[in-house]
Write a protein that binds this ligand. Structure first.
Ligand code: PLP
Length: 305
């Protein structure tokens, strides 16, 4: 796959003499964009190679980028898909779920309480009773094979010779893959998109690697996650406009905000070559656009640009 990379600059970056690129995984495909193709590729390949084409079942919230990409992939490749969605069926369906349903995904809504227990064997058994045979894809598509697939992005990093790479973290599968695939001299900086300590985020990464019996490679910094998942504050909202709506507010904009703070605190030596991973998620903006519009004018302070 061709991975587009774009030079990126602004006054702060020029002042600090940094060489920054954005790895535009978000441009790789209109529907299966960002990290989604890498995470889904192994399961799609397996399904296409089998003659049975078992339905693919997975989990997500009502604006899930993962379910959206899975629904489209199923539609494109002729594989049935089932989405187990957290919470009640919205009426009318939101844009993400409308897309998913129009691509043939069977939507199954469960209460937040049930969703929390989604990995419990009784819950899985009830799903088998309801839907018959299916292949289960964990939430966010984050399986060991997805981690290995994300490691392939590392070969791109090797060619491009970056000193630092920044990546957002949800389940940690993408970052764990990058960690496995990155060249030794490239330092990975991981920015959680949820409110967890750096230590908790690091242990998510070690857990992914342990599942594949891989030790933790060197060259990793994990930051604290400062905002709860899905939360947007006035600063983020204002930053979204300031960066010309380039980033998705839930994952990559937080990474960009953290990057700016690291630049301002002189973390990167002059001349550093830095890559920011745009992991996609732009379809999800439809779920928070009105919140951004409402919050952005409330922001008073200087933006980290
Ligand atoms: C746009 C976007 N970026 C980053 C992530 C985080 O990826 P991961 O769950 O592999 O940490 C997600 C979630 O899958 C996402 O939708």
């Amino acid at each position: 796959m061709h991975i587009p990379s774009q030079p990126y600059s602004n006054a702060l970056i020029r002042q600090k003499c940094l060489d920054v690129s954005i790895i535009r995984l978000d441009l790789s495909h209109p529907q299966i964009s960002g990290n989604k193709w890498f995470k889904l590729e192994p399961v799609l390949k397996r399904s296409l190679a089998s003659c049975t084409r078992r339905p693919l079942l997975s989990f997500g919230g009502c604006y899930s980028n993962h379910l959206h990409a899975l629904a489209y992939a199923g539609y494109h490749y002729g594989i049935p898909t089932i989405g187990v969605v957290r919470g009640e069926r919205p009426c009318p369906l939101n844009a993400t779920l409308q897309d998913a349903e129009s691509w043939g995904m069977a939507l199954h809504f469960v209460s937040r309480q049930e969703y929390r227990n989604k990995t419990h064997p009784d819950f899985t058994q009830a799903l088998y009773e309801q839907f018959g045979d299916f292949e289960l894809i964990p939430e966010g598509g984050s399986s060991p094979e997805a981690v290995l697939s994300c490691a392939n992005i590392g070969s791109f990093l090797a060619v491009s010779d970056f000193d630092y790479v920044l990546c957002p973290l949800g389940t940690g599968a993408t970052a764990a893959g990058l960690l496995l695939g990155k060249p030794k001299n490239c330092h990975l900086i991981v920015v959680p998109a949820l409110q967890i300590s750096a230590q908790e985020a690091r242990s998510m990464l070690s857990q992914h690697l342990a599942e594949m019996s891989q030790p933790m490679p060197e060259g990793l910094t994990v930051l604290d996650g400062t905002l709860p998942y899905g939360k947007i504050n006035a600063e983020l909202a204002a930053l979204w406009y300031k960066t010309s709506r380039l980033w998705d507010p839930l994952y990559t904009l937080r990474m960009y905000q953290a990057f700016c703070r690291l630049v301002m605190s002189d973390t990167f030596p002059q001349g550093s070559r830095i890559a920011l991973f745009h992991t996609g998620g732009m379809q999800g903006v439809r779920g928070c656009k009105s919140k951004i519009e409402r919050l952005a004018p409330e922001f008073q302070g200087p933006l980290p640009l």
